[in-house]
Ligand binder design. Structure first.
Ligand code: ZN
Length: 161
């Protein structure tokens, strides 16, 4: 396993459409392991392959319940709404207010090539939507109702201390 370099906002690869994965090759398994390691190292709750420079449809999420790898993820059901803060490992030090569905069902494939569905509520629904957007070249800043100002970000840090 190895850490991969996280691409930042200005990198044009983050704006490209990722391609579906047809075969779970050993290379894809290594990619998934590296993505989990990179996500944990950066204290993130999710990571999409384009963020490490690979234009393939694979994401990893971990909101504290252990990592899940989703190959070719697709939202097949969404309902409800939640409005709250969101950040991105590719846009460090920033945060914005984003509206997302409160509940999603995602269809995907695991690393054994088996189809499965995953249900996400609240924060997990937010993480899944955010990471799947990355596969379509979208960043949360595109759809944020507004971004927090630097002052607001500093205030939040002070409150946490
Ligand atoms: Zn992101």
């Amino acid at each position: 396993m190895a850490l991969r370099k996280i691409r930042l906002e200005e990198d044009p690869i983050l704006r490209k459409l990722a391609r579906p994965i047809t075969d779970i090759t050993p290379k894809i398994k290594v990619l998934a392991e590296d993505m989990i390691e990179t996500m944990h190292h950066a204290n993130g709750v999710g990571l999409a392959a384009p963020q490490v420079g690979v234009l393939k449809r694979i994401i990893v999420v971990d909101i504290g319940e252990g990592p899940t790898v989703l190959v070719n993820p697709e939202i097949i059901e969404r309902d409800g709404e939640q409005v709250g803060p969101e950040g991105c490992l590719s846009i460090p030090g920033k945060s914005g207010i984003v509206s997302r569905p409160n509940h999603v069902i995602v269809k995907a494939m695991n690393l054994e090539g088996e189809a499965f569905t995953m249900e996400g509520e609240e924060f997990m629904a937010r993480a899944l939507c955010h990471e799947i957007d990355h596969l379509n070249g979208q960043l949360y800043t595109d759809i944020a109702e507004r971004m927090y100002t630097d002052d607001e970000m500093n205030m939040e840090e002070e409150e946490m201390e």
